[in-house]
Structure formats: structure tokens, C-alpha cells
Design a protein around this ligand. Structure first.
Ligand SMILES: *[C@@H]1O[C@H](CO)[C@@H](O)[C@H](O)[C@H]1NC(C)=O
Ligand SMILES: *[C@@H]1O[C@H](CO)[C@@H](O)[C@H](O)[C@H]1NC(C)=O
Length: 774
């Protein structure tokens, strides 16, 4: 797709247009099943809303023939006309707005577009869990509205919560970044927003993907379909599994997707240890496990994991897979049963998991218009308030990386004419990244800045690849004339995307040269605005005194240009923080993307990955982000000693033997936490929002990361005033570390808690039985 300047009608006209279209197209869509107009089928027990859901599911499964069953094992589930059940497309996507990447959702007619929020890496930078849930609520309102109009499904294969392990990963943009606790918290809140909060009932069903250790698309001849990720038990427990576990346990997600790659020689979608034992057994997923599209076919045809297709089908279902995105299971499961490789009971168990989700969604409750979300329609999509939230999200996600000599904010009085330069300066579709839909409309950076001041526009480079300098001189001339210069540079999907990992971390082509030349010619202050999902080595700009400020806008969504302008002109005081490390280019020069180890190794000359384990030079660290004001913290109240009670029949002497760390399984974890009271003072002259990241450094030992995020909070503090913030750190979840055998333990001894420059030590002590009783 080319970059078009697609602009949909503005909200008021849009609503009128939608109503007209609704009259033209929008007859009520027939129910998926249990249509009250059909006396025969509506009378089946599985349609009886008053019956317990498990009885309804069992009733339905009991009525199906084997041939009917296998055709329900795939994303394009077949209709069963004799039971009054329609076909269903399970594959829809809603990573940051309703998307048409999956075949279950289509724009057009009464639904020309949907609100397109910032790409997830940007939204993560807000560190605002309330925002993540609010976005999920809006996205699911729009999704339900489109479902009611027959334009979308109810099962969304979002979010992507893989760890952004290597800065070159083309899909890093889709994730909440490199920290497991950040990613897991994002997952839980976005999923809650999507699924709603109504007991068993689901507004839409979300899906955490891609389980697990999936974070390489296509690097140096290795692609995700062939990649066997060699991962230690320690890294699995301590890094890769964390977001998925939090998604299932804290977010109650209705689905998990297994990935394409193998983990330690076994395709994830054929691994009973991962699916049946971990996700369903230990974490207690109440939902269905789906394959990536088409993982089962891939492990048979590409990885040659089994010798026959029937064995592949049997292995997947026996491992715990319930639904195949792809045709494979419908083609081969029946023969797998006939060959004795699989029992029909295994297929029944898979169907119980998928059908239960459809029942929780209300798909077997008859008339959709009487259901809780039945009234949502075209008027609920792209509403002014939904679009306002997209703008607010973009503002909260922008990160101010550099601001020397207070170059920003610009003043619309002193900087009346501004040169707006760069291949992303008038970006529209590029702002919404991948797994997007059709936005309601766009505000490009040029339009956003143009709403504050007069602009002189020059692209400088024809596109982000920036292969030549043909447009350089016009850009340099513009900077000479203007009172200030804003360069909007960076990447887009031609540089980083699904199936496209980067080879290096520098700005593409001759972008760097353009920035330096323009900055040199610029009459007023020069500001560099970066759009990208992955980190960019912009050391040249960080070190260039002519470049006064640098902003990272990620992929800021449909309203990105307005948010950028609001930050540039100080209407918004930036509060975003980097959700991933910005490494120098050297970091990747001898680093195989295929090396999954998180921890550094001196003898292998291996640098380690993410701020938790890499200690070398960085361009900007994880958590970096400036404000137009200054915040000072003090810890006003915190414990110095916290006792970890052991469960009834353990003696602390025994439990602590191994490296002086108690197995989490042996501790009484319930509500065991370290509570801190922190005072945040805004010492500057501008109101602002402070994003407080709380890290801990566990007692020294080879298991532990050098530091890890244990909590975060966001607080608005007006100029020259202060606020108290309460922080609670769950001891077993967040102060624990993982040993080499993959066992999570609580180290006994001094844990150093740091918030910015402020440090506080808490000593964790194991309680003997006597202490527990007291
Ligand atoms: C977090 O986001 C929500 C939703 O946009 C917003 O209302 C709230 O003010 C934000 N929190 C802070 C502290 O900025
Ligand atoms: C204590 O550890 C020893 C040696 O590992 C073991 O044999 C014993 O069963 C343990 N006792 C308890 C109460 O866990």
C-alpha cells in the first residue's frame, strides 16, 4: 500500500453520513445462533440462557458429529445449518484500534473507519494503566458496534506482549517494550478494557500472543518459521513468560496464541508442557488456545516436526491447542482419530474451550439487539470523545529525550514562522504503524504545527529511505528563513515491520546528513522529532549543540501531529518515558539476533539484553524522559525490615539453604508487600505529570538482574506544589528472582529500592514458625 492522504469526513458530517448509510445498508443482522424466529433450533438446551453454561456447552458438543466437530477447529468455522448455527470467522485484530488485518473485520458501508490509537510501544511510554484500560474500552465499544452491523467478529487476537528483546525486531513496535512487568501490566489492563468487567460475560475476547520466546521475524537468513529459540529455564520464567502469566492471571484473558517458532526443539503449538501444563494447568486459563496463522501447517511442512500430517494434528490437539488459524486441523484431525492417534474426547475438550468463549460472548443467547451491547452501532464509532482519547493517548506517549538550554517549548510569539522538514513531516498512514485499520481521519505533524504558527514545508528526503540529497538544498533554505526548525524524521513500515527486522540502528540512508546540514543552517532553534517503533542511535543529534531538543513520538496514531504540536508549543507538558533501551549502533554489530540469552557473559563476550542485564553504554536508557518542569522525590515512609512468613510446615532454616533465597512456593505470599509513601514535589514553574518508576536491586548474586522494575505510578502535580503517592510492591511477584533451574525465589537480605536518585534499603527476613504464630 502506498502512503495516500486519506482523510475521512470530520466528526459531525461523519455521523450524519453514518446514519444515512445505516438506513441504506443497516438491516438488523440475524443472530449467530439460537434465532428466536426459528422455533426448532431456538428450543435446543444449548440456547437456554437460564441453564449453566457448562451444561449448554456439553449439550451442544453432544449433538455434533465428528465431521462437524473438526470443521469447528479452525478460524473459518463452518456453519451447522441443522442446529441453526452460522459460520464464524475467529480472526479479528484490535492491537490499537479495530483493525482489518484479520479477515473477520471489514471497513466500508456504515463503518468507513475506526479510532486509531497510537501504536502500542507509544502507549506503553505513558506508563498509565488507566489509559490502557480506557483505550481497551473504546476499542471494544467500536468492535461491538461493528459486530452488530455484521462488519466484525468478537474474538480479537490482540495484544502482542512478547518482550522487545532485540532493538532490531520489526514487530517491537507492537509490544509494550522490553520490561516483563511493564508488558504484563499493560497486558492485564488492556485486556480488562477490551473484555469488560462483567463476571463470566465477555464484551469481546482478547488474546495474548505469541507464546513464547517469539521476537525474531527475519534476520540474516533466519526467519520465524524456521527459528528454534534456545532458551534457558531461567530466562523463560524470569522474562519471556512473565507478561503471559500476568495476562492470564491478572487480566483473565480469554485466549492465548502459540507462536511459529520452536522453543528448545519443540514447536510451541505442539508442546504440552507449554500449553497444557503451563498456560492451562498452572495459570488456569479460562479460554481457548489458538495457533498463529498457520503454525500447525508450519511445523509439519516447514519444520518437519512430524512425518505425517495426521500426527501433526494429533500432537497439536494433545498439546492443548483448541483452535487452528489455518485449514490444517479441519483437513487432518478426522483421519488422526481414525488412525488412533487422537481420541474424539481430545477434540471435544478443544471445542468445550472455544464454544465456552462464544457462549460467554453471548453468541448463543439469541437476538443480539437485546444483549448488553446490542444497541451499539455506527454512531458509537469515531465519536468525538473516542477521537479525543486517541489524541490524549498520543500526548501521554511522547517522550522528550533532550532539551538543552530549554529549547522547548517553542513560543508562537517568538517563532512565528517555522520550517517543518523531513520525510515524516506530513505523515498520515505512517503514524498508525502496523496492525492498524482505517483511521477516522488524521492530523499530520505539518497540520498540527500549522494550527499554532505559519509553516514552510520541505520534505528534505523523498521518503524515509532517503537515498539521495536532491531535496536537501530546498530544506536548508527553509531553515535559513524560518524562526525555528522542526525536523520530523525516523522510520516507517518500509524499514521495520512484520517479517522485516532492521540490520542496524542508525537513521536510514542520508537522514542523519540532512538533519546535521539543516541544523547548521537553521536561524532559530532546531528540534528533531523521531517517529519509530524501535530505538534509533541518534548519538550525533544528542551530541550536536545545534540540535536543541529531541522528541520521540513513536507511531502516535491518527491524532499524532496534533499531539506533537501540543508538546512542541507547551500546551502539553511531556511525561512519557522510554519503554526500551536506546542502544548505540555498536551494540548490535557482533550480536546475533538469534542468541536468546538475557544475561551477559564475559567469556562469550556477550553483552546481555535489556536494561535488566546489559551494563554497557546507551544512547538513552530505559525509563528516560524529560519534562518542562522538575520533580523531586523523597521517601516519607517505608519499612526497613519486612518478614516473609513461610507456609505452615517449612522451617526457615531449611527453606533458605539454597543461596539464601526462599522458594516463592514456600512463602505465604498473599498480600505480602512493601508499602512506600513517596512525596513528589514539582519545583518548577509549569504544571506537569510525573511518571515515577520504582526499581529494585536484589541482594548480590548471579541469578539477579542488576535492577528490575517493581512498580510504577503516575501523578499530576501543579507547579510549586507536592503530592503524596502510595506504592505497594508485591514481594513474591516483584522482589523475587529466578534461579538457574527456573525456580522463583525471594532473596533474603538487603533489597535496594530506587526511585530516580532516591534510594532506600529494605531487609527481607524469613520468619520462623514461632514468628508466624505471634
Ligand atoms: C492517565 O490516563 C487517564 C486517561 O486518559 C487520564 O484521565 C489520567 O489523567 C492519566 N493520569 C495521569 C496522572 O496523567
Ligand atoms: C530439609 O532439608 C533436608 C535436606 O535437603 C531434607 O531431607 C528435609 O526433608 C527437609 N525438611 C523439611 C522440613 O523440609
Amino acid at each position: 500500500m502506498g502512503i495516500g492522504s486519506l482523510t475521512l469526513p470530520s466528526p459531525p458530517q461523519f455521523i450524519i453520513l453514518s446514519l444515512l448509510l445505516l438506513c441504506a445498508f443497516g438491516e438488523a443482522v440475524d443472530p449467530f445462533a439460537c434465532d428466536p424466529k426459528d422455533a426448532v433450533t431456538a428450543g435446543f438446551p444449548f440456547c437456554k440462557v437460564s441453564m449453566p453454561m457448562s451444561d449448554r456447552v456439553n449439550d451442544l458438543v453432544g449433538r455434533l458429529t465428528l465431521q462437524e466437530k473438526v470443521r469447528l477447529l479452525i478460524n473459518g468455522a463452518a456453519p451447522i445449518p441443522r442446529l441453526g448455527i452460522k459460520g464464524y470467522e475467529w480472526w479479528s485484530e484490535a492491537l490499537h484500534g479495530v483493525s482489518d488485518v484479520g479477515p473477520g473485520t471489514k471497513f466500508g458501508g456504515a463503518f468507513p473507519g475506526a479510532t486509531s490509537f497510537p501504536q502500542v510501544i507509544s502507549t506503553a511510554a505513558s506508563f498509565n494503566a488507566t489509559l490502557w484500560e480506557a483505550i481497551g474500552r473504546v476499542v471494544s465499544d467500536e468492535a461491538r458496534a461493528m459486530y452488530n452491523g455484521g462488519s466484525a467478529g468478537l474474538t480479537y487476537w490482540s495484544p502482542n506482549v512478547n518482550i522487545f528483546r532485540d532493538p532490531r525486531w520489526g514487530r517491537g513496535q507492537e509490544t509494550p517494550g522490553e520490561d516483563p512487568v511493564l508488558a504484563g501490566t499493560y497486558a492485564a489492563y488492556y485486556v480488562k478494557g477490551l473484555q469488560g468487567n462483567d463476571g463470566d460475560r465477555l464484551k469481546v475476547a482478547a488474546c495474548c500472543k505469541h507464546f513464547t520466546a517469539y521476537d525474531l521475524d527475519n534476520w540474516n537468513g533466519v526467519d520465524r518459521f524456521h527459528f528454534n529459540a534456545q532458551v534457558s529455564k531461567q530466562d523463560i520464567e524470569d522474562t519471556f513468560d512473565v507478561p503471559f502469566k500476568m495476562c492470564v492471571q491478572d487480566g483473565n484473558v480469554a485466549s492465548v496464541m502459540c507462536s511459529y517458532n520452536e522453543v528448545n526443539g519443540v514447536p510451541t503449538c505442539a508442546d504440552p508442557n507449554l500449553l497444557r501444563n503451563t498456560v492451562r494447568g498452572q495459570w488456569k486459563l479460562d479460554g481457548y488456545i489458538v495457533s498463529d496463522c498457520d503454525s500447525v501447517g508450519v511445523f509439519y511442512n516447514t519444520q518437519h516436526y512430524t512425518t505425517t500430517p495426521e500426527q501433526a494434528a494429533a500432537d497439536a490437539i494433545k498439546a492443548g491447542l483448541d483452535l487452528d488459524c489455518g485449514p490444517f486441523l479441519a483437513q487432518h484431525s478426522e483421519d488422526a482419530v481414525k488412525q488412533g492417534l487422537l481420541n474424539e474426547v481430545d477434540i471435544n475438550n478443544a471445542l468445550v474451550n472455544t464454544l465456552r468463549v462464544q457462549m460467554r460472548l453471548g453468541m448463543f443467547d439469541g437476538e443480539p439487539s437485546v444483549q448488553p451491547f446490542g444497541k451499539l452501532g455506527p454512531k458509537d464509532v469515531c465519536t468525538p470523545s473516542n477521537q479525543e482519547l486517541a489524541l490524549e493517548a498520543a500526548r501521554q506517549g511522547i517522550v522528550l529525550l533532550k532539551n538543552s538550554g530549554v529549547s522547548l517549548p517553542l513560543s508562537h510569539r517568538r517563532h512565528q514562522t517555522v520550517a517543518v522538514i523531513g520525510p515524516n513531516s506530513d505523515a498520515t498512514v505512517s503514524m498508525i504503524g502496523n496492525y492498524a485499520g482505517v483511521a477516522c481521519g488524521y492530523t499530520s505533524p505539518l497540520q498540527g504545527i500549522g494550527s499554532y504558527v505559519k509553516t514552510i514545508h520541505q520534505l528534505g528526503c523523498a521518503n524515509v529511505a532517503c537515498r539521495d540529497d536532491k531535496l536537501f538544498s530546498a530544506a536548508i533554505d527553509a531553515a535559513r528563513q524560518a524562526d525555528a526548525t522542526i525536523l520530523v524524521m525516523g522510520l516507517d513500515q518500509s524499514i521495520e515491520a512484520e517479517f522485516r527486522d532492521r540490520t542496524g540502528l542508525l537513521l536510514p540512508g542520508r537522514q542523519q546528513e540532512l538533519v546535521s546540514k539543516v541544523a547548521k543552517a537553521s536561524k532559530g532553534p532546531t528540534v528533531l522529532v523521531l517517529m519509530s517503533g524501535g530505538p534509533i542511535d541518534v548519538s550525533f543529534a544528542k551530541n550536536d549543540p545545534r540540535i536543541g531538543a529531541i522528541l520521540w513520538a513513536g507511531y502516535p496514531g491518527q491524532a499524532g501531529g496534533a499531539a506533537i504540536a501540543d508538546v512542541l508549543y507547551g500546551t502539553t507538558n511531556p511525561g512519557g518515558k522510554l519503554p526500551m533501551t536506546w542502544y548505540p549502533q555498536d551494540y548490535v554489530s557482533n550480536l546475533a539476533m538469534t542468541d536468546m540469552a538475557m544475561r551477559s557473559s564475559r567469556h562469550r563476550n556477550y553483552p546481555g539484553r535489556t536494561y535488566r542485564f546489559y551494563k554497557g553504554p546507551v544512547v538513552y536508557p530505559f525509563g528516560h524522559g524529560l519534562s518542562y518542569t522538575n520533580f523531586v522525590h523523597t521517601i516519607v515512609n517505608a519499612p526497613h525490615v519486612v518478614t516473609v512468613p513461610l507456609d505452615g510446615h517449612r522451617r526457615s532454616g531449611n527453606a533458605t539453604v539454597l543461596g539464601k533465597a526462599i522458594k516463592v512456593n514456600h512463602a505465604r505470599c498473599n498480600k505480602l508487600s512493601v508499602g512506600l509513601q513517596v512525596n513528589v514535589k514539582n519545583t518548577g514553574s509549569k504544571d506537569g505529570t510525573h511518571t515515577m518508576l520504582v526499581f529494585s536491586t536484589p541482594p548480590a548474586g548471579h541469578w539477579a538482574p542488576s535492577k528490575q522494575l517493581v512498580a510504577f505510578a503516575k501523578v499530576y502535580v501543579p507547579a510549586r506544589s507536592e503530592q503524596q503517592v502510595g506504592i505497594s510492591i508485591h514481594v513474591c511477584k516483584f522482589l523475587s528472582v529466578v534461579d538457574r533451574s527456573g525456580v522463583r525465589r525471594i532473596p533474603i537480605g538487603l533489597h535496594r529500592i530506587h526511585i530516580g536518585d532516591v534510594k532506600h534499603s529494605v531487609s527481607l527476613e524469613a520468619a520462623t514458625l514461632g514468628v508466624i504464630k505471634s
